[in-house]
Design a protein around this ligand. Structure first.
Ligand code: GPV
Length: 753
């Protein structure tokens, strides 16, 4: 692809490139990429993948697409010679906020890898007008504001496809929008297909906590994304959204299969559906409905067709995240689907001997995961430990029924975004040291040969310094905070959730603050960075944010401690912020209660960018630890087996742990009089009492070992040579976590495209 920006500038704006502002250039580049993508043919193949997901957290697309097209350097140079900085241009793009966290970002990495491997597969989801809320901090607390990204974006292209979706008592017309998904140096493409209502009443303010009446609903079904990460919002509107999504998806799948020659009896030869957690699981009864009601299939044949084309990924063992819809809700939303679900339940009971433990409908409640397992041909977990827990405990009765359906697919991340785009300095070093093959092979193991090479170690170190400079600039511009140049950068970025234990890192901060107050002056400054949103209805998570913001302010105001300890909470953490912060990290905090984090994916991004991990043996951390070896990672905490035992036997006594002197001191600091005066007393008391009496995710069980480990990490950081080697080994071993590897496995074991 050849680009002449000067000519294009004259053509589009009638002015030389040098005279354009960043916004105009951004819009021009987006046009160029979009127009070029429009000419690219789709990936072809008889069998097509439909990756169904309620979330696609794609991030900004301009840089990514320029990289995929192989024109990034050329564009950058052309802009530079006209006096422009591509970095500033990129920042003009509005980030689409179509996802909450890991699950949505995983879907985005997968689309990138599917396209890069040249496989025919599209993402299918919803075009939320207001995606996830925009987070602001007001009075040291989170305020959630609508994020109207849609009227400021340039990528969506209206598709001619449109369907009718029948709900109980009314129907709506849909409209499809596509975003082209390019693969790395590929000449063919896939698409992200986002369904919307034909017309939406944008004037309705998207309050996320009200139930809509039917009249309103028809007008604003796609207005906003549910802000509950790993949590079952349990609201009727969510069921409407999900049914709208899958009914459109199912109609699209049948349409396209027929266009390509399917008679529908052979549908599994034309389409395979991956359902991203249970949110799209109603696609199963919806496909059955279409085959029976519209295409004249017998029920049994429809079921046998659907059984051969749907696969399910589970992303959590948290009970509160397993979707269970009241049958009555389903009857209200889509009466015909409720009928089919009941028949699917009866059929399953007849086949398996009516075991209530695995039933789809039980006590008037529909268990979406159960339906997906019985009627899907595949179920997978997202990290080895997670899959093992599913097989051995959480889903054990299903594993006994269908051992052959179960497999593990450890998550992955796309190297295009998470190193080539986010960390140009490190990419450059890798190009020089390894050649450019790693960009497609994602194999970085060649670095190991340079473990004792001073020059290479120094270059990697220099790349880290550059990434830190970029992050410091970003934090200054967007958050108004200054980070000391020589600070150790210690980062925990992810949704705020008790099981992820941001509160445990907060307790460490209290400990460190007191330790410095006691005269233990650190060798160099430590900057602890948090980022993440909390579901507006999740009170304790809001309280944790408040504590972090309060600590940040308190410490910044302390002349003795502030030169050595700094706490930063990034406002409105999103993909763009992640791209600036993750490359700069020295320490990656992955401290969930063992057994609770299905996989984690930021852990992989940090490792790839040379951070050293401080972690519990949870999710994919286990695999990181196996790969890098004990000397290149810091692990601590109660094992997942022991945690499971404590839960099973109700044997965890939070208060007993609280009463240990070293622990009580830290927890009680949350409600010290100065804090109560400066902050919100209700929040602080509630958080204190929750930790002292409940501590459901056992932060107090692991806190002392955590503090010890962290102090060891900080001491080891001072041995700069040894640390640089650890960092190199982490990068070298990160190839295992390329999402290209993950997608190859999905394709070989499940999709067979
Ligand atoms: I279920 N996850 C998420 O982000 N949202 C959800 O609703 C559910 C799961 C996350 C898990 O918490 C992570 O451990 C995992 O890495 C990620 O999904 C991708 O698999």
């Amino acid at each position: 692809m050849k680009i002449d920006l000067e000519a294009r500038s004259q053509e589009k704006y009638g002015r030389p490139l040098a005279e354009l502002d960043d916004s105009a250039i951004c819009a021009m580049l987006e046009d160029i990429v979009r127009e070029h993508a429009a000419t690219m043919p789709l990936n072809e193949g008889k069998r097509r993948l439909y990756y169904l997901s309620a979330e696609f957290l794609i991030g900004r697309l301009l840089t990514n697409n320029l990289i995929e097209l192989g024109v990034y350097d050329d564009v950058k140079a052309q802009l530079a010679s006209a006096g422009h900085d591509l970095g500033a241009v990129e920042a003009r793009e509005v980030e689409p906020s179509l996802g909450n966290g890991g699950l949505g970002r995983l879907a985005a990495c997968f689309l990138d890898s599917i396209a890069t491997l040249g496989l025919p597969g599209d993402g299918v989801g919803l075009n939320y007008h207001y995606g996830l809320f925009h987070q602001r901090f007001v009075d040291l607390q989170q305020a959630a504001e609508p994020d109207g990204w849609l009227d400021r974006q340039d990528w969506l292209v209206r598709d001619e496809k449109a369907y009718t979706v029948e709900f109980g008592g009314f129907s709506v017309k849909s409209r499809l929008y596509d975003i082209d998904v390019l693969g790395y140096v590929r000449t063919t493409k896939n698409r992200l297909r986002l369904f919307d209502l034909e017309s939406v009443d944008d004037s309705l303010v998207p309050v996320n906590s009200i139930d809509f009446d039917k009249g309103e609903l028809a007008k604003n079904l796609t207005l906003f994304l549910y802000p509950d990460d790993s949590d079952d919002a349990g609201r009727l509107l969510r069921v409407y959204q999900e049914y709208f999504m899958v009914s459109n998806a199912a109609q699209l799948i049948l349409d396209e299969a027929m266009e390509r020659g399917s008679n529908l009896h052979d549908l599994p030869d034309y389409a395979v559906v991956q359902i991203n957690d249970t949110h799209p699981s109603m696609v199963i009864p919806e496909l059955v409905r279409l085959l029976v009601d519209v295409h004249g299939f017998e029920f049994d044949e429809a079921v046998s067709v659907v059984r051969r084309m749907v696969a399910y990924t589970n992303h959590t063992i948290l009970a509160e995240a397993l979707e269970k819809w009241p049958l009555e809700s389903l009857k209200t939303v889509a009466p015909r689907i409720a009928e089919i679900v009941i028949k699917l339940d009866e059929l399953e009971r007849a086949e398996n001997g009516s075991d209530d433990a695995v039933a789809i409908v039980r006590d008037g409640v529909v268990h979406m995961a159960h339906m997906a397992i019985h009627y899907g041909f595949s179920i997978n977990g997202v990290a080895a430990l997670h899959t093992k827990i599913l097989e051995d405990t959480e889903l054990h009765p299903f594993y006994e029924l269908y051992p052959e359906k179960f497999s593990n697919k450890t998550n992955g991340i796309t190297f295009r975004r998470w190193i080539m785009d986010a960390n140009p300095a490190l990419s450059g070093v890798l190009d020089d040291v390894l050649g450019t093959d790693w960009r497609t092979s994602c194999d970085l193991s060649g670095l190991l040969a340079f473990k004792d090479d001073d020059a290479v170690l120094a270059r990697l170190d220099n790349a880290k310094t550059q990434a830190k400079a970029s992050m410091r600039e970003f934090l200054w511009e967007t958050q108004g905070v200054r980070i000391p140049e020589d600070a150790i950068i210690d980062v925990q970025v992810k949704r705020i959730h008790e099981y992820k234990r941001q509160q445990m890192l907060a307790l460490y901060i209290i400990w460190k603050y007191l330790d410095i107050k006691n005269g233990n002056i650190p060798a160099r400054p430590l900057t602890i960075i948090f980022g993440g949103k909390a579901a507006p209805a999740y009170t304790i998570a809001q309280d944790i944010i408040h504590l972090i913001l309060l600590l940040s302010r308190w410490i910044a105001a302390d002349p003795v401690v502030s030169p050595y300890l700094q706490v930063v909470m990034i406002e409105n953490y999103n993909v763009s912020a992640a791209e600036r912060v993750i490359p700069a990290a020295d320490i990656s905090e992955q401290i969930s209660l063992a057994s609770k984090e299905a996989s984690g994916t930021s852990n992989m991004k940090f490792m790839l960018n040379g951070a050293v991990t401080l972690c519990t043996l949870d999710g994919a951390n286990v695999e990181i630890a196996d790969l890098v070896g004990d000397e290149n990672i810091y692990t601590f905490g109660t094992s997942s087996k022991e945690v499971e035992r404590l839960y099973a036997e109700h044997a965890y006594d939070a208060h007993a742990h609280y009463l240990r002197p070293g622990v009580k001191l830290l927890v009680d600091f949350i409600t010290n009089p100065a804090f109560l005066a400066l902050g919100n007393a209700e929040r602080l008391h509630r958080l204190h009492d929750d930790m002292a009496w409940k501590d459901w995710f056992m932060a107090l069980l692991d806190i002392e070992e955590y503090i010890q480990k962290k102090e060891q990490v900080l001491a080891d950081y001072e041995n700069r040579d040894a640390w640089r080697k650890k960092s190199l080994v982490n990068i070298a071993k990160a190839g295992a976590f390329s999402s290209d590897r993950t997608i190859r496995q999905y394709n070989e074991d499940i999709w067979h495209l």
